[in-house]
Design a protein around this ligand. Structure first.
Ligand code: SF4
Length: 333
């Protein structure tokens, strides 16, 4: 098996809840948000893995840990087979050029005081990859052209507030790709854009990913979009992966009740087409106090006694991994 570009094993990220000074002193245990609880996956060179789930399920936190923006509470991240924890400060600084992230909100992710030129040039300057400012200028011009911000001279001296949402997101993506990253995390990169420009931005993102053969983690709540974009998908619920496998296999024949419900919620263009409706009742439980057993048991239409007591392991079933007693029990027969 080839070495994945990025791999995480048993990733856990908990955030302590901020309380007042006296409350913290009195509290025996400071409550924590269990944002990510034992997640493992790999992304190979040239592959697009979709991380799918409702908001608050831990997708963004996973992405932030992967690009080194926040440290994990537990677990290990490997880049091309080497543990990130074993990298020296200098090596980590170098590595940052190979790992990039595009955020959801192009209005918040760009510094309003910087010109487009300086925003896109920043990683080049920090990493000192250009010989001089003339070369920086050339790289910025090329990056803007790649993402259809043409002619570049028309955009590079503008500030973020002088751009539309679509243009801002193109600037963020140009900045992320300027150093030809080996691994890119895109966190809902088009969800805040008008429907009319979403497909253009996605097309540019996909063609660049293909050109550079980048390993790509695509974070989205939209399972239909994940089908269009991704080779594999991993479905996340309340900090855990519940089903993962080849995109078509998972979407055409979902095994986990939560995946089934996500797919059932996607509108069907043909009103005469029949689809079994699987609805999920209730709200996502609190990540401060996740339910014991299977985390989906409070909303699952198939929940059994065992689901409230034991946590289903993520096991291989029909060419994918599933964490559900409906299938794990069958698999053992
Ligand atoms: Fe539903 Fe039980 Fe499967 Fe969880 S383990 S998804 S509660 S059937």
């Amino acid at each position: 098996m080839k070495t994945p570009t990025i791999e995480i094993k048993g990733l856990v990220k908990h955030f302590p809840i901020k309380m007042g000074f006296f409350k913290t002193l009195r509290a025996k245990i400071v409550p924590e948000v269990h944002a990510v609880d034992g997640v493992s996956f790999r992304v190979d060179k040239g592959e697009i893995l979709g991380l799918v789930g409702e908001s608050g399920c831990g997708k963004t936190t996973t992405g932030k840990v992967l690009v080194g923006l926040i440290p994990p509470t537990q677990g290990e991240v490997f880049f091309e087979g080497t543990k990130l924890a074993s990298f020296s400060e200098k090596e980590l600084r170098k590595l940052r050029r190979k790992i990039q992230i595009v955020f959801q909100d192009p209005y918040e992710s760009l510094d309003p005081r910087m010109s487009v030129f300086d925003i896109v040039a920043e990683p080049v300057r920090i990493q000192k990859v250009a010989k001089n400012e003339t070369e920086v200028g050339e790289m910025v011009r090329n990056a803007l052209e790649e993402f259809d911000l043409v002619p570049p001279e028309e955009y590079m001296y503008r500030f973020p507030h002088e751009l539309s949402g679509g243009q801002r997101q193109r600037v963020s993506i140009a900045r992320a790709f300027i150093l030809n990253p080996d691994f890119l995390v895109a966190d809902e990169p088009v969800s805040m854009l008008d429907a009319s420009i979403r497909s253009e931005v996605l097309k540019l993102l996909l063609s660049m990913q293909k050109k550079l053969d980048t390993a790509f983690l695509y974070i989205t709540h939209d399972i239909a979009l994940a089908r269009h974009m991704c080779n594999r998908i991993a479905v996340m619920y309340l900090g855990k992966i519940v089903e993962t496998g080849n995109t078509d296999a998972v979407i055409l024949k979902p095994l986990h009740p939560y995946t089934e419900a996500l797919i059932a919620a996607v509108p069907v263009p043909d009103p005469t087409a029949r689809r079994i409706r699987v609805t999920i009742k209730g709200e996502v439980p609190s990540a401060i106090n996740p339910p014991p057993g299977c985390r989906f048991n409070t909303r699952c239409p198939h929940a059994m006694e065992i689901c409230r007591k034991k946590e289903p392991p993520l096991e291989e079933v029909s060419n994918r991994m599933v964490a559900c007693f409906l299938h794990t029990k069958k698999a053992k027969k």
